[in-house]
Design a protein around this ligand. Sequence first.
Ligand code: ZN
Length: 121
Amino acid sequence: MNGLDQQQYEGLLAALEQAQQHLLAQVEMDVATADTSLQQLEASPSDNASKRVLHQLVQESAQHNSQQLRVVRHALAKCGEGSYGLCENCGEAIGYARLNARPEARFCFRCQSMIEKHPPH
Ligand SMILES: [Zn+2]
């Protein structure tokens, strides 16, 4: 059991779906911006480094957002499997307080801090 009541679960599910919508829109926008900045780069290759830097920033943002999107989708898939709210490491309930702050959390607080201290290689 994930320790969530129906109302909490539905609220978290709605938050995840909203995050997914938001990230999808964000990634689309990043891709469009990256295309434009790349075209500008190619149109005037001699032009300054600032466009290059901007392009890199947009790409990094796109990467970050699409990674975040994967995490959110992963959480939504766990909802589908009925394993949402359970730590993927120890199988214990993650807990509502933590999920409320981070609906996409994959690990309980204890496992998360262990993983952060000893990141897998
Ligand atoms: Zn755990």
